[in-house]
Design a protein. Structure first.
Length: 560
């Protein structure tokens, strides 16, 4: 195999592959796979594994399969399968015709179990789950043999066949590998490899009432597909001896090698699938595609791009030890991507009405504005300007501090792509004292140019024509958790951020966004990057999700 050395990353996994290629191990073959369980949506941690496995295959001109490890019918569904397929394709990867399921191999895996029984390496155990746990031992004490460990091969074959035929209730018997009840690694103390489970399977229906355990099916599926490198996260490190034990006893010829790497741990985020399921099922979020979720579908709906996610995965690299990655790096990656590609637009989140007293009553001007100041190839758009505008409430202060460069008594400010205006007076609510309306004058000689008399105007603010602005709903998303490492807390929901979502319903966007396509991203000037919500936006009634704010603390940290 010829290795593509153009811009190839390096890490300890690739070092292992390079060494194997030098000795022509596996006849130069490099075959990886991404094997999710279809019991939930994939998340940013899975995206790291997707990028690693498909990236290695691409780098070494090998193959990467997509395989759904569907060995536990409880909680698995075609909804999750379809979401996984869609999300990986969206991330930019393709497995060609190599889409597989562990359930494709159920009959072959069953026959492998028969082989283990015939060779004396497996037995049917009739202990209850509690009894099995009790005899397993501890980290400091060896386990004890099951009283059924020495059943004859004939008896084991008979019982296992009857398990398959559905003669026994759930939990009545299990098939265990016969290894060593005194093994220092508890995983090797006669692990269960088959159990009875009368649960319909989303693909095989009620054909099977026994299912292989993940550890048994996973390594055999790898071997059946000719996988050379079974790349997984560190929590499977203790299971590697079992992986090898099974493969060595059942597979001749090419055998896959398991290599572990550090899983992604992201600050202010939980990535345990069990906990993500809890967030969804208990209604803490509005589904798997909630833009606050770290799922790929949630990130996509929020406005993240596949390029930004791939860049993030490349920057964090592949490590041998777990660590906590700052979510600010992920935010930096999407900010960098959108800064290059997102067209600019104007939006007012908290509108304050401004009347320009000396502007002609019925006049409307159309100002031509660049869609991107650094990318002229992105073209221009026209923005209407009229006598009554909306600006942000915090762009006016009645008693501003010295370094405040926006509107206030006696102050001037430039309207983006437009004129300089000067504050003249205000209208207040008699009851609350809140400012309801500003009255200003404009300098007609300052259209995109400095005042003729040379006076300096420092502040620049955005605006929307009240006559032409489009009402929009804006959803301001923040981090889902209020502490840095919620995953380390048992009662993690206690630390949900109560301000993770703020919905604004009195916002206005420029008229060009009236029919903005769902999924399109924009930089709202001075406010951040926003995406048209792909689920709730209706014709002429846009809903925007804040992807990320403009400020980039990570870039400053990285430079120091």
């Amino acid at each position: 195999m010829t290795q593509d050395t153009t811009s190839n990353p390096t890490d300890f996994i690739r070092d292992i592959i390079d060494d194997d290629l030098k000795t022509n191990k596996n006849n130069g073959k490099v075959a990886t796979r991404f094997p999710p369980e279809p019991n939930g949506y994939i998340h940013i941690g899975h995206a790291k594994s997707v990028c690693l496995n498909f990236g290695i295959a691409r780098q070494y001109q090998g193959t990467c399969n997509l395989r759904l490890d569907d060995t536990d019918p409880a909680g698995e569904s075609m909804e999750f399968v379809e979401s996984i397929i869609h999300d990986i394709r969206w991330l930019g990867f393709d497995w060609e015709d190599r889409l597989f399921y562990a359930s494709d191999y159920f009959e072959k895996i069953y026959q492998f179990a028969i082989e283990l029984i015939k060779s004396g390496n497996a037995y049917v155990c009739s202990l209850s789950p509690d009894e099995i746990r009790e005899l397993r031992g501890t980290f400091t004490e060896p386990g004890k043999d099951s009283p059924y460990r020495n059943r004859t091969i004939e008896e084991n074959l008979d019982l296992f066949g009857r398990m398959r035929a559905g003669e026994f209730a759930d939990g009545a018997h299990v098939l265990r590998a016969k290894i060593d009840m005194a093994a220092p690694n508890i995983v090797m103390r006669d692990p269960i490899i088959y159990r009875i489970k009368r649960e319909p399977h989303y693909r095989t229906g009620t054909k099977w009432v026994i299912y292989p355990m993940y550890d048994f099916a996973h390594c055999l599926s790898d071997a059946l597909e000719g996988i050379t490198y079974s790349i997984c996260t560190l929590e499977f490190e203790n299971n590697r001896p079992l992986y090898d034990w099974i493969v060595e006893r059942l597979i001749t010829g090419l055998r896959p090698r398991q290599i572990e790497f550090a899983r992604l741990n992201l600050s202010y985020t939980v990535l345990s699938k069990r906990r993500l399921i809890e967030l969804v099922q208990e209604g803490h979020v509005k589904g798997w595609d909630d833009p606050r979720m770290p799922t790929v579908t949630g990130l996509r709906r929020r406005g993240y791009t596949p390029e930004a996610i791939r860049n993030f995965c490349a920057q964090i690299g592949v490590a041998k030890n777990d660590n906590l990655i700052d979510v600010a790096l992920l935010e930096h990656c999407i900010r960098e991507d959108l800064n290059e590609h997102a067209p600019r637009a104007m939006c007012v989140l908290h509108p304050l009405r401004v009347v320009i007293d000396n502007y002609p009553e019925n006049q409307v001007e159309q100002f031509e504005c660049a869609n991107h100041p650094q990318n002229p190839e992105m073209g221009t758009r026209k923005i209407p300007f009229s006598k009554v505008l909306y600006i942000e409430q915090d762009d006016f202060m009645e008693n501003p501090p010295k370094k405040y460069h926006r509107l206030g008594p006696g102050r001037e400010v430039r309207l983006r792509n437009s004129y300089v205006i000067k504050f003249e007076s205000m209208v207040k609510d008699d009851r609350t004292g809140n400012v309801l309306e500003l009255h200003c004058t404009y300098d007609p000689d300052t259209l995109n140019g400095p005042p003729a008399d040379g006076r300096k105007v420092q502040g620049v603010i955005h605006w929307v024509s009240a006559q032409h602005g489009i009402p929009a709903e804006i959803r301001l998303y923040d981090r889902l958790f209020s502490i840095e490492d919620p995953g380390s807390e048992e009662n993690f929901v206690k630390y949900l951020n109560p301000n993770s979502l703020e919905i604004l319903t009195t916002c206005y966007v420029e008229q060009n966004l009236k029919n903005a396509e769902p999924g399109n991203q924009y930089q709202f000037e001075r406010l951040g990057y926003f995406c048209v919500d792909a689920k709730d936006t209706a014709a002429g009634k846009p809903v925007f999700n804040r992807v990320v704010q403009l400020r980039d603390s990570w870039a400053k940290i990285a430079k120091n």
